[in-house]
Structures are given as C-alpha cells and as structure tokens.
Write a protein that binds this ligand. Structure first.
Ligand code: CA
Length: 230
C-alpha cells in the first residue's frame, strides 16, 4: 500500500484477548487502522463514530450473536462484514451469505490469509451489486433467492451444487482449495475422498459452461482446488 493511499479502517469485534492482540498488531503492521470492540454495544457506537470500511465480526459475543448483528448491519449499512467463526461450526458459507456477510474465516486462521480476504473484500469487483448477486458472462447468481440464471433462463441446481457454486462465486477470481470445499460442504468427509467433490464440480460445469470439457469459468487448479473466473 502506498503512503498516500487512504488507510482503511477495520472494526474488530472480538471478545477474546489473544485474538484482539494478534489482530490489532497484525492489521496495523499491514497498514490498516484498527478500532476494537469487545461486544455488540461497543460495536454499534463505533460504527457511528469510527465509520469503518470493513467489520471483522466474531460469532460468539458476550452480549449477543454476531450472526444477528451481521444481519442488523446488512439492513442498516452496506459496510462489508467478514464473519469469524469456530472451525466447521456456528455458521456455514450459505448462512453467511443469507445474513449478508461478505466473507468468513474460521478460527484458528492464518493472519496472512485473513489479510488477503480483507483486501479482496475491499476491492470486490463491480460485478457484485450489493452482496445479493454476482453476475458475469451470461450467468447471474442470486444468493438470497438461491437461483442461478443463464441467459435469463433459470438453471436447476441441487442444494449442494448451489452451495458449492456459491462458495466459488463468493471468492470470484480466487482459488478455493479442495480442503475448504470439503470443510464447508461435506463436514467430516475424508480429505482423500474427493470423488464427491469432483462429481459436483462436473455437474455444475455441465450446467454453466458452453463446453464442460474445456471450462471457461469453473477452472481446476491441479493439486490445489478450483477457481471461478468471471
Ligand atoms: Ca467470542
């Protein structure tokens, strides 16, 4: 980040001291201005006084649920929220989308990964109108209504197919690892058992790609995962 770039303000809503400290230091070093709240009441005050560019929101807070507060923020502002959840529980990607979160990370997280997510959310492409839909090529994905249309025609997707496509669309242009796919959608499935995942990717390609054998949107990153390209 260049010196004259406006420094983005991040509101960290977190009641665990170890995470507060790590985030405070880590984000400040990366050039962000960090304001901290340890509960929802404080967060409400800081939304007004500090006008953050992004909110990092823990799910379990002493005076309420981060999920409810995320919904409240989504209804009252369009400040992007990244939910911070315990691994493989509390909130899944689809619930995250339904409550208007821009992204989510699971604890414990790597600071480097979190910062990459924050940067990605802050420069989210213009193809995303609000957080409700993503449009690219001839596709339009509506997260709230859970529909996908191609050239205006609705495509039929199973629940899992939609959830997986939503996970990719959520991180448009970024690689989603196989591990994240399995953690998010098939809890407890062995990482080595990737046939289920591959089958779903194949079915999605048949529905969204002109030529599923040479996909233009849903790309395989060999040995790593997948990337949905606009
Ligand atoms: Ca907590």
């Amino acid at each position: 980040m260049s010196d004259d770039a406006r420094r983005n303000v991040i509101l960290v809503v977190e009641d665990e001291e170890s995470y507060q400290d790590a985030l405070n230091v880590g984000l400040t070093v990366e050039g962000f201005v960090v304001v901290g709240a340890t509960n929802i009441a404080q967060a409400r005050q800081l939304m007004t006084s500090a006008k953050p560019d992004l909110v990092l929101l823990d799910v379990m807070l002493p005076d309420g649920s981060g999920i409810d507060y995320c919904r409240e923020l989504y209804d009252s502002t369009r400040t992007p929220v990244i939910m911070v959840t315990a691994r493989m529980s509390e909130v899944d990607v689809v619930l995250g989308l339904e409550i208007g979160a821009a992204d989510y990370v699971t604890k414990p997280f790597r600071l480097r990964e979190l910062i990459a997510r924050i940067r990605a959310v802050l420069r989210r492409p213009l193809t995303t109108d609000g957080n409700d839909t993503v449009s690219f090529g001839d596709l339009r994905i509506d997260f709230i209504r859970r529909t996908v249309t191609r050239r205006g025609e609705e495509i039929e997707l199973s629940r899992k197919e939609f959830d997986l496509l939503a996970l990719f669309a959520f991180r448009l242009g970024q690689v989603v690892t196989r591990e994240v796919c399995l953690d998010t959608l098939w809890w407890g499935l062995e990482l080595s058992d990737t046939r289920t995942l591959d089958t779903h990717v194949k079915r999605i390609r048949q529905k969204i790609e002109d030529d599923p054998a040479t996909p233009q949107h849903l790309i395989t990153i060999r040995g790593v995962g997948f990337r949905l390209d606009p």
